[in-house]
Design a protein around this ligand. Structure first.
Ligand code: C5P
Length: 290
């Protein structure tokens, strides 16, 4: 096949709702979460023809990402191994989504690569269920980014159900303090804070007073990581409070942090909150929800 130069947008996500249901026998955690795509905040991935069956990757702003542990490279390698479609590529990644902030930038990049490969693989293309399984093997958040729409996720984040939800008319503010939360640490801290709740116990005996989370309204804006992450980084609680004091209808941390988001009905209130946070040196993105 002939590869033509293409520039792909690789969007961020927020978790409008994130409950940790318990620890599984394999060490992963069962989740119930609502992923929402943030199309106004995205990295770009430029794809150009390369040589033989090699991928050469550049990331001018973040050269440390030019490595075989990058999910773009891992996606290309895994797709090629599974299907035999391994085109020579020259890939340039332009990062705008802050890294290590719970906004899913790396996972999105991997999914964007997988989608492009599958769309160009001709008769080697995978059916959607196999593509999703391949994506889940690379990272729990990656399957979501294969869809273009909000989705509820169960399992470790890979069991997706489209969510009929729109934030249209609201202004989304994403605050990205210069704090990086290690996701495995956050899960372990949650385990310790909850006496290592075993998943079966969580599912069978919630009404008997275990320390596991109680069922909540699925539309609540909530994030179970906040208790442990806010204890370690109290500034994050202050940012959340500040968003609400400035008129956010709802605010929470995204993923395992440390980014926070606020949803505003009033755009001017969002602008005021953004200016106040920027004065404190916090990187802010605001956008109209469509
Ligand atoms: O799959 P991903 O690479 O995003 O996960 C990073 C780490 O977070 C895993 O190695 C695991 O320790 C933890 N994790 C978890 N339960 C999940 C997702 C991730 O315990 N549902």
């Amino acid at each position: 096949m002939t590869i033509t130069e293409t520039i792909l947008a690789s969007p961020a996500k927020i978790n409008l709702h994130l409950r940790i249901l318990g620890l599984r026998a394999d060490g992963y955690h069962e989740l119930h979460t609502l992923f929402y795509p943030v199309t106004g905040l995205y990295d770009t991935i430029k794809i150009e023809p390369g040589h033989d069956e090699n991928m050469f990757m550049r990331c001018p702003k973040n050269p440390d990402l030019e490595s075989t542990s990058n999910l773009i490279y891992k996606a290309w390698k895994a797709f090629g191994t599974a299907t035999g479609f391994m085109p020579g590529l020259f890939v340039t990644l332009d990062k705008r989504i802050p890294m290590g902030g719970g906004l899913g930038g790396g996972s999105s990049n991997g999914a964007t690569m997988l989608r492009w490969l599958n769309e160009n693989a001709g008769d080697k293309a995978l059916p959607l269920n196999e593509l999703v399984a391949l994506a889940a093997g690379l990272g729990a958040d990656i399957p979501f980014f294969l869809m273009d729409a909000p989705a509820w996720a169960g399992g470790i984040g890979e069991m997706l159900t489209p969510a009929d939800i729109t934030l249209s008319g609201m202004t989304l503010l994403v605050a990205c303090p210069d704090i990086h939360v290690d996701t495995p640490w956050a899960f372990k801290a949650w385990d310790q804070a909850n006496d290592f709740p075993n998943l079966q116990e969580s599912l069978t005996t919630p009404e008997l007073g275990t320390k596991n989370p109680a069922p909540v309204s699925p539309l609540a804006i909530v994030n179970d990581f906040e208790s442990v992450v806010f204890s370690k980084h109290p500034i994050l609680r202050k940012i959340k409070e500040m968003l609400i004091q400035n008129g956010a209808s709802g605010a929470a941390m995204s993923g395992s942090g440390a980014s926070l988001f606020g949803l505003f009905r009033n755009k001017d209130a969002a602008t005021t909150a953004a200016q106040a946070l920027e004065k404190d040196g916090i990187e802010i993105f605001t956008m109209d929800c469509i």
